[in-house]
Write a protein that binds this ligand. Structure first.
Ligand code: BQZ
Ligand code: CA
Length: 694
């Protein structure tokens, strides 16, 4: 039924969508232009938060027959009811679009990242594309919240099954799921949380993946173990419910402490580097709380994961989840993920690169199309971020230091933002109703967005050049590029190195666009294109002058990764962090932003939160905290054989769709199942052993 809808977009594509020609203003800030409405497809069926899941004991439990026959009856595994917690997480049938499912089949992902190893808590990526999202279950969960009305929502329980606040709101007692086990059968409990908190988050020598720092949970926050299934948070603020989002994916997903702790420098002779690299990609069967366990890794080829026999979630009939026996992650490119998903050799993609929109739409509109394609709201955006640290983050040389001083000059930032022709930038990616002028700040697709609070410096090259002159830059040697003033960096041409993620066509296209437009302004920009892992490392360590970066959830949801909106801590902002042993040298307006974020986090008054975000939006766009480039909608592409895909799932909001679709609930009807499994009727082996168990 989606095909005719896609045709709808195709016909819109053929119309020449004309945005009212923007008048070139002087350097007068304007209000952002109204983004052209985008026909997001798939109506989200909003549900009550507590209609999704609960924790309770069921009269009986089931598992795939082959698990019983080959593993339980042979004594290799205890019976399924002994592998489940006393009260497992139960997904309610009423929230399942296609009801309870049947076992079988696999989901074939294609990803553009590459695994560094399995030590997520020490900052290693597994290659993105849903791998870490599936492996690392977290205290709370927010991906599926897209289907819950924003006003009364709160993160869903997950490893933390319930929590309550003290009367004065400074303490939060959190109750963990009881009797759950890691995929190797070891017990899960508060010790896993304490290792993650004390020895990974608080330890300044360890930086967990997705960037959890002590300030992510509020400066001065403490966590204490009460008993095996109870922990107690203590916060400086009263009732900072915002931090329940930080306890979801990305920032509080504890690892298997029984495996990790012996390798940590505090408990071994290992260096921090040896700890981080103690579980290379070749290390198989790392214990996880997730639904699938890595059992096979072939470099540049594939990662295969098999169902976790101790997974602690069931459906209302008592069927232990997941329904899908296997996940595959073909190690290719992000662009190839789109191609394979519409072609049917892959099963899933977040269509997020506009260069692939038209070809993907055409293929998905055909009768024989193997996959459904549905666009969501405009929540994918890109910003040009300037390194604001003038006190040493990234150890710049003289040129780099001089450039950071320029980045901190508002006339310079205005010159840059006014020299960006956002219409041309968007059209360079894809023509049609998709891209919108994006001044920066909160995405227009979020419930916190307020256009009137969004300051926009319209494209105006003449005005931009005037601002550049005001910043003290002149082309003293007449070669078309402005120079540093005499005595600064040798009075040479200003040369800006912009960090770019080479794994995406879109990132590279936008970067080329920026180079070209800055040249017209008289600024020489040079690209430093790195693959995703190297780009992330350079970003975290401040080794960049400018950074072209796709938005993360702090701009597509505001409530997720909120601490990344401003330098509320030494390592929370994407483009302004503290040097080794120093402070963040904040500019006055940044201090205002930090103050607003802290207030936002400390209040639960929705009207006040909306108001604070309007202030944030105004101050950050007026002072050009980032230079917005373009924003557009993404589309979810999923093979038609899968059931239980929630209609209208956005590819990106509180998290990526790999989280939001709730993969452990997806299933394939028996008559549609394919023989794609690579390790049929096999289960994960022992930690560190080769491959799956037969
Ligand atoms: C989605 C996502 C799941 C990271 C990554 C990648 C890294 C960034 C970002 C996206 C990929 C896909 O995004 O592009 O569609 O599948 O993995 O995690 O861009 O380089 O560091 O933030 O999420
Ligand atoms: Ca020059």
């Amino acid at each position: 039924m989606r095909n005719f809808r896609n045709l709808g977009i195709l016909t819109v594509l053929s119309l020449s969508v004309s945005v009212a020609a923007l008048h070139a203003y002087a350097a007068e800030p304007a209000v952002a232009p109204e983004p052209a409405p985008f026909p997001a497809e798939g109506k989200i069926k909003y549900v009550a938060r507590d209609s999704i899941l609960e924790f309770k004991a069921l009269p009986e439990y089931h598992e795939p027959d082959w698990v019983t026959k080959k593993f339980v009856e042979t004594g290799k595994l205890p019976p399924v009811k002994d592998r489940l917690p006393r009260e497992p997480l139960v997904y309610k049938t009423g929230n399942m679009p296609d009801g309870a499912g049947v076992y079988g089949d696999t989901m074939r992902h294609v990803i553009g990242g590459r695994p560094e190893g399995w030590n997520y808590g020490a900052g290693q990526t597994q290659g993105w594309g849903g791998i870490d999202i599936g492996l690392s279950e977290c205290l709370t969960r927010t991906g599926p919240l897209f289907q819950v009305e924003a006003k009364d929502t709160e993160p869903l329980p997950n490893l933390a099954r319930s929590w309550e606040w003290s009367k004065d709101g400074h303490k939060l007692t959190m109750h963990l799921i009881e009797g759950a086990k890691w995929s190797d059968g070891a017990p899960f409990g508060a010790d896993d949380l304490m290792f993650y908190w004390e020895d990974e988050v608080l330890d300044p020598n360890v930086s967990p993946l997705n960037g959890a720092t002590p300030e992510t949970f509020g400066a001065g926050t403490t966590l204490k173990k009460i008993d095996d299934y109870t922990v107690e948070w203590t916060f400086k603020e009263a009732f900072p419910k915002q931090y329940l989002y930080a306890m979801a994916y990305g920032t509080f997903c504890p690892g298997p402490s029984h495996i990790l702790k012996p390798q940590h420098p505090k408990y071994s002779k290992n260096t921090y580097e040896q700890f981080k690299n103690a579980f290379p990609p070749e290390y198989m069967n790392i214990p996880v709380m997730g639904a699938w366990v890595p059992v096979e890794y072939r470099p540049d080829d594939i990662i295969v994961m098999r169902r976790n026999p101790y997974y602690w979630k069931v459906d209302e009939k008592g069927n232990q989840l997941p329904y899908l026996n296997e996940l595959q992650y073909k190690l290719s490119t992000w662009a190839d993920r789109d191609v394979q998903a519409v072609a049917g050799s892959g099963d899933f993609s977040n269509l997020e690169q506009p260069e692939n929109f038209v070809a993907s739409l055409r293929r998905a509109a055909e009768k024989t199309a193997p996959a459904r394609l549905a666009f969501g709201p405009r929540l994918i955006g890109y910003n040009l971020r300037m390194n604001f640290s003038a006190n040493g983050w990234g150890n710049p040389d003289e040129r780099g230091q001089a450039l950071r001083e320029l980045n901190r000059n508002e006339d310079f930032r205005k010159a840059v933002t006014m020299a960006v022709d956002r219409k041309a930038i968007g059209d360079s990616l894809v023509k049609g109703p998709f891209t919108a002028i994006y001044p920066g700040g909160i995405s227009s697709g979020t419930s916190f967005y307020d256009r009137k609070s969004t300051v926009y410096y319209p494209f105006d090259l003449k005005g931009a050049k005037a601002e550049l002159a005001k910043a003290g830059l002149k082309d003293t040697d007449g070669d078309g590029f402005v120079n540093f003033p005499a005595g600064t960096a040798g009075g040479k041409n200003v040369e800006i190195v912009m960090l770019v993620n080479n794994d995406y066509t879109t990132d590279k296209s936008l970067a080329e666009g920026v180079v070209g437009q800055m040249e017209k302004l008289g600024l020489r920009v040079v690209l430093n294109g790195l693959n995703g892992n190297q780009r992330d490392a350079a970003n975290y360590s401040g080794r960049f002058d400018w950074l072209l970066r796709r938005n993360d959830t702090e701009l597509s949801s505001v409530v997720q990764n909120t601490e990344q909106l401003a330098p509320v801590g030494p390592r929370t902002s994407w483009n302004h962090r503290a040097p080794e042993n120093g402070e963040v040298d904040m500019m006055p307006y940044e201090k205002e932003l930090v103050d607003i974020i802290n207030k936002f986090t400390a209040t639960q008054d929705n009207d006040e939160r909306v108001n604070l975000m309007k202030q944030f939006q105004k101050i950050s766009t007026e002072h050009v905290y980032t230079v917005g480039l373009t924003e557009y909608p993404g589309a979810l592409i999923i093979n038609k054989r899968f059931s239980n895909i929630p209609e209208g799932t956005p590819i990106f909001m509180f998290n990526w769709a790999e989280d939001s679709v709730v993969r452990e609930r997806l299933w394939v009807a028996a008559d549609k199942q394919q023989k794609y499994e690579l390790f049929p009727e096999q289960l994960p082996g022992k930690p560190g052993e080769k491959g799956p168990l037969n």
